[in-house]
Design a protein around this ligand. Structure first.
Ligand code: PMV
Length: 327
């Protein structure tokens, strides 16, 4: 039996636009998903807790078999089980052992579907744990690639490499199409996260942006403007000028809101953080609900978010320089 973990992430800049080949800069944070894998004779048994579902156990013999009997939102549940299914398929492929059976336990401090990269972290940790249980040690770059295949399969091809590369490698990363690299020289950014207790449906939100982009030239321009903003942000990253980074985060939030992926609760949390003195605040991830990320050296934004109606939880999130690892 082996356990691996992988971090969640916040998007400093560039979500959604990254799907269309623009660059993005996600940053790994010190909130992890841990996956334990034990080889069994056949099939797949999955126990998952703390995923903002009530905790569920799924037992099935192979892909697509069983259905967990819990009271949770169907899309969330389907997503959670499909990521695990696809991750196990990647392990079987890596081991060239299509019949390998597993019992898997998932624990996570990363809320599900809330823009903090929970599915990427679970996919990376599951692939690492499953492979190591079979005696195979994959390099983080291969785990990133296989975890990307997992997301692409579950999200009908509508996924970028950003979340999975960030979770596998740790630190701040830059992703543009298939070009993925770590960004060096990034100090510890004073991230504060606000979470509204909800979740967005990534697939639907990505499809919504795609439709807008096809319908209106100015929506396509907005996506390109996000790319320009990310290129500007990259030049600021190494300088430690958090004021300018914050300004660009604010701009990025405005452009995402224009693309229709913010929500009342996300906007409320963004303004609560800004009013309290955060240098910048934006939604992170697919949007629709879930989390915002703010930059604030002081505790003011954190405190303000904790008292903001509609904010379920607020916490500091340090940059995690370590990616997927054995526990
Ligand atoms: O909400 P998350 O953490 O799944 O992030 C989604 C980010 C998108 O850019 C909207 C989609 C993607 O695959 O990059």
């Amino acid at each position: 039996m082996v356990t691996s973990s992988a971090p969640g992430k916040v998007y400093l800049f560039g979500e959604h636009a990254v799907v269309y080949g623009e660059p993005a800069v996600p940053c790994a944070i010190e909130r992890r998903a841990r996956v334990t894998a034990e080889e069994i004779d056949e099939g797949l048994v999955v126990h998952a807790e703390d995923l903002k579902l009530d905790g569920f156990t799924v037992e099935y013999m192979n892909e697509g078999g069983g259905h967990p009997a819990v009271d949770a939102e169907e899309p969330l549940l389907q997503a959670a089980t499909s990521y695990v299914n696809e991750a196990v398929a990647q392990v079987r492929d890596a081991a060239d052992d299509p019949e390998a059976g597993f019992e898997i336990w998932i624990e996570s401090d990363i809320p599900l579907g809330a823009g903090l990269g929970s599915s990427a972290a679970v996919a990376c940790a599951a692939i690492d744990a499953g492979c190591r249980e079979l005696g195979i040690d994959l390099a983080p770059a291969e785990i990133a690639d296989r975890a990307y295949q997992v997301e692409a399969a579950v999200q009908d091809g509508e996924a970028s490499r950003a979340d999975t590369f960030c979770s596998a490698m740790g630190g701040a990363v830059r992703v543009e199409g298939d070009d993925c690299r770590r960004v060096s020289g990034v100090g510890n950014l004073p991230f504060v996260v606000g979470y509204d207790g909800g979740a967005g449906e990534t697939g639907k939100l990505v499809a919504g942006v795609r439709e807008l982009r096809e319908e209106y030239g100015f929506a396509a321009d907005t996506v390109e403007a996000i790319g320009d903003l990310v290129r500007e942000g990259e030049t600021v990253l190494g300088t430690g000028d958090t004021e300018r980074l914050g300004e660009l985060m604010n701009f990025n939030h405005g452009l995402l809101a224009a693309l229709g992926v913010s929500s009342r609760s996300l906007d409320t949390m963004v303004w609560a953080a800004r009013d309290a003195g955060a240098v910048g605040a934006k939604l992170t991830g697919a949007g629709g609900g879930g989390c915002v990320v703010a930059l604030d050296e002081s505790d003011a934004a954190l405190t303000a978010l904790k008292y903001t109606p509609g904010c379920d939880e607020a916490f500091r999130a340090a940059l995690d320089t370590e990616g997927v690892r054995a526990e």
